[in-house]
Ligand binder design. Structure first.
Ligand SMILES: Cc1cc2nc3c(=O)[nH]c(=O)nc-3n(C[C@H](O)[C@H](O)[C@H](O)COP(=O)(O)OP(=O)(O)OC[C@H]3O[C@@H](n4cnc5c(N)ncnc54)[C@H](O)[C@@H]3O)c2cc1C
Ligand SMILES: *[C@@H]1O[C@H](CO)[C@@H](O)[C@H](O)[C@H]1NC(C)=O
Ligand SMILES: *[C@@H]1O[C@H](CO)[C@@H](O)[C@H](O)[C@H]1NC(C)=O
Ligand SMILES: *[C@@H]1O[C@H](CO)[C@@H](O)[C@H](O)[C@H]1NC(C)=O
Ligand SMILES: *[C@@H]1O[C@H](CO)[C@@H](O)[C@H](O)[C@H]1NC(C)=O
Length: 405
């Protein structure tokens, strides 16, 4: 079913890419993604890509489960229809407790499975616990996934523009007369996206998917007030949480496992890095989240890297698997988790505006939840249907009255 709406998505991370993909599945072909740096330059290209089916409860649990199942279907389709491999596979997932200095009487105290860990895990394990099996946990390469989704959008007539979005032109629909207390409609619509040093882009529907940078769009609406409420409040509740990761390249064990660590360091702190072997022989290790901040680097490629954090991750990884001592860390990187004030993403139409949507703040589950986000936001945009989880994610919960004297 062809849909002639002109769509403009701001942000080429996994969330923007998935929204574009699902809109294109629904028949929209005129999709423009505006990306400041390059596709997947932020967390979407630098994260673990771990997927869990049933780690959340309630309506969020149902949402995550549908996304988990969609990943396995999508990976098959990408392979069969587009010959793209996103390194998707199911995993056995462990939580292993390790001390920097092993106890004298170190032994495995507690297990809830009869399987043993793979041989290349050489650390003294204090405790281990199985967190998931091949029915409930999986991984995907997040950068390959994001790029694959964008490829499909482009194949179907969409395009990517590299440029920094920095505002909107609005118009007021003069025929809009009723006062709508519930903000279901609005007389104010965005007509053009402004881009630094480039021609503006005209569109019918705009979607903000700028990850942790989404707060930077708040001032674009500074002068757009409606019902005496301030649209910007719905966006400036996003910030970034920096985390580091390293990748040991190639020739490592490739068995399908993931490891969540509970690592007791000599200074008494418990650290919780994650270790993910990939099917291509890489081993990805991440950890060390910092405080949330709105002081983010301009580009996903220029997030300052703390050498000490990377070295600490390397040391811990080498203790887990002694074979890593002989291999080089080829990637040291940092990126930001997108975080909202109340920990729940903002996904939906911006209240006070007619045709601007947002999807951001997915925190540590953005790769997992990207597919359900794209599918359900597409239903909302094209059919006005709101799912139970998107009700919770409504950005309108931050649409506060501005006090006037
Ligand atoms: C270390 C780490 C490990 C993680 N591991 C996992 C995991 O195992 N499983 C999981 O599900 N999730 C994981 N996550 C979370 C996941 O990576 C994120 O939730 C997800 O990538 C967020 O995607 P996004 O598209 O919202 O944001 P981003 O990937 O940050 O993309 C936003 C894009 O918007 C662009 N942009 C910003 N401003 C502008 C502008 N003005 N104009 C144009 N473009 C702009 C940026 O350049 C960027 O490309 C992890 C995150 C981190 C940090
Ligand atoms: C792993 O086990 C430790 C120790 O029992 C526990 O504190 C931690 O929360 C567990 N982590 C996960 C991800 O289950
Ligand atoms: C797609 O939309 C853009 C504006 O967003 C417009 O310039 C372009 O002509 C449209 N392309 C087609 C094929 O309709
Ligand atoms: C709207 O809120 C933003 C911060 O979210 C603030 O900077 C701006 O001044 C406010 N605008 C009005 C008109 O109150
Ligand atoms: C913002 O971050 C930069 C680079 O990380 C740093 O040099 C600067 O001091 C920070 N500014 C504030 C106000 O924290």
């Amino acid at each position: 079913m062809a849909n002639s709406n002109r769509i403009c998505i701001i942000g080429g991370g996994v969330i923007g890419a998935s929204i574009g993909f699902h809109l294109s599945e629904a028949g929209c072909s005129n999709i423009t993604i505006v990306e400041r740096t390059n596709i997947a330059c932020g967390a979407s290209g630098r994260s673990g890509g771990f997927l869990a089916k049933n780690w959340r409860s309630g309506v969020e649990g149902k949402f995550s489960e549908s996304s988990f199942l969609a990943h396995s279907e999508l990976a098959k389709r990408l392979k069969n229809e587009f010959s793209i491999d996103v390194m998707y596979r199911r995993l056995t997932t462990y939580n292993i407790s390790v001390s920097e200095t092993p106890d004298k009487k170190s032994s495995i105290k507690q297990t809830n499975d009869n399987q043993s860990l793979p041989k290349w895990i050489t650390a003294d394990i204090r405790e281990k616990e199985i967190l998931g099996n091949e029915d409930t946990t999986a991984q995907v390469h997040p950068g390959l996934l994001t790029n694959a989704l964008v490829k499909v959008i482009e194949n179907r007539g969409g395009r990517v523009i590299i440029g920094k979005a920095n505002g909107f032109l609005f118009e007021t629909i003069t025929t809009h007369t009723e006062k709508d207390e519930h903000h279901q409609t609005s007389p104010i619509r965005a007509i053009k996206l402004l881009i630094e040093n480039q021609e503006p882009i005209e569109a019918d529907i705009f979607v903000l998917a700028m990850g942790p940078w989404t707060y930077q769009a708040a001032p674009w609406f500074r002068d757009a007030m409606i019902f005496k409420e301030n649209i910007s409040h719905q966006l400036d509740i996003i910030s970034g949480v920096k985390a580091h990761s390293i990748v040991f390249k190639g020739n490592q064990p490739t068995e399908p496992y993931a490891f969540f660590l509970s690592y007791r360091s000599n200074d008494g702190n418990i650290l919780d890095p994650e270790v993910y072997p990939r099917s291509n022989g890489d081993i990805y290790v991440c950890g060390f989240s910092e405080q949330h901040t709105q002081n983010l680097s301009d580009s996903g490629n220029s997030v300052p890297i703390d050498e000490n954090s990377c070295e600490r991750l390397r040391q811990i990884a080498m203790q887990i698997a002694s074979t890593l001592k002989d291999s080089n860390v080829e990637i040291k990187q940092a990126c930001y988790l997108p975080q909202s004030h109340d920990g729940i993403p903002i996904i939906g139409r911006l209240h006070g505006l007619n045709n601007v949507y947002v999807a951001a703040g997915h925190s540590c589950w953005g790769i997992l939840n990207s597919l359900a986000t794209g599918a359900q936001l597409t239903q909302l945009i094209l059919k006005g249907e709101i799912s139970p989880y998107l009700k919770q994610c409504d950005p309108g919960r931050f649409f506060r009255h501005t006090s006037h004297k």
